[in-house]
Write a protein that binds this ligand. Structure first.
Ligand SMILES: Nc1nc2c(ncn2[C@@H]2O[C@H](COP(=O)(O)OP(=O)(O)O)[C@@H](O)[C@H]2O)c(=O)[nH]1
Ligand SMILES: [Mg+2]
Length: 194
């Protein structure tokens, strides 16, 4: 199901100043520089999220209203990239707590989309995030792993990774590969088959 329109709604500092949880949401997360903004732009076919080669600038939770062609509506929640090294340990810790808190208490998130770099599929920090999501997720919440930058892998490397992660989706924002598959997966997780 194609996305018909997308509109920025608000940036929030924490769950307290978030929008009211009236709709099902999809939360996007990943390390800084993984290609999250690029992926959101690919997915919505619009420049909604700033892409940059200087990682870790956004520390806000951004909400976007997404309408599909059949008028089904959802909210995309763009979470701040983690692993941001340019702030103090204490500041990082505070922020991480804030974010963990949001993730664990925002029950209208129905799908966590975790982005991972296809070139570094097994980073400790990503594994920890995955374990955390698995730990906090409720029965009606799901996790989808999307590997970005698939264009950077050789054919055989990509084939091997796909075998290792049969449930995951592999995308290239550069070559626009895997975007439709990712979009359809997100839609069907929220609304069922179409
Ligand atoms: N080769 C390649 N580069 C990508 C891809 N996605 C993002 N990038 C690049 O990776 C850098 C970080 O992208 P960005 O979307 O800003 O990452 P974010 O920090 O996770 O939001 C930018 O230089 C992008 O052009 C991809 O699929 N393939
Ligand atoms: Mg970004």
């Amino acid at each position: 199901m194609k996305i018909k329109s997308v509109k920025f709604i608000k940036s929030a500092q924490s769950i307290k100043d978030s929008i009211d949880p009236n709709f099902n949401e999809v939360a996007f997360m990943g390390r800084s520089n993984v290609g999250k903004s690029s992926f959101l732009n690919s997915l919505t076919n619009q420049k909604i999220a700033k892409t940059s080669s200087t990682p870790g600038k956004t520390k806000l939770i951004n909400f976007f209203e997404v309408i599909y062609e059949n008028d089904a509506k959802t909210i995309f929640v763009d979470l701040p990239g983690f692993g941001y090294a340019k702030v103090s340990k204490k500041e990082q810790g505070n922020w991480q707590k804030n974010l963990n808190d949001f993730i664990a208490n925002r029950f209208n998130i129905k799908l966590f989309v975790q982005l991972r770099d296809a070139r570094h599929p097994n980073l400790e920090i990503d594994n920890q995030v995955y374990e955390y999501l698995n730990f906090i997720k409720k029965a009606d919440q799901q996790i989808l792993t999307i590997f970005t930058k698939s264009d950077k892998l050789k054919q055989n490397e990509l084939a091997k990774l796909k075998k290792e992660y049969p449930e995951s989706i592999f995308v290239s924002n550069l070559k626009k590969r895997g975007i439709k598959e990712a979009n359809d997966k997100i839609y069907s997780t929220l609304f069922g088959d179409f």
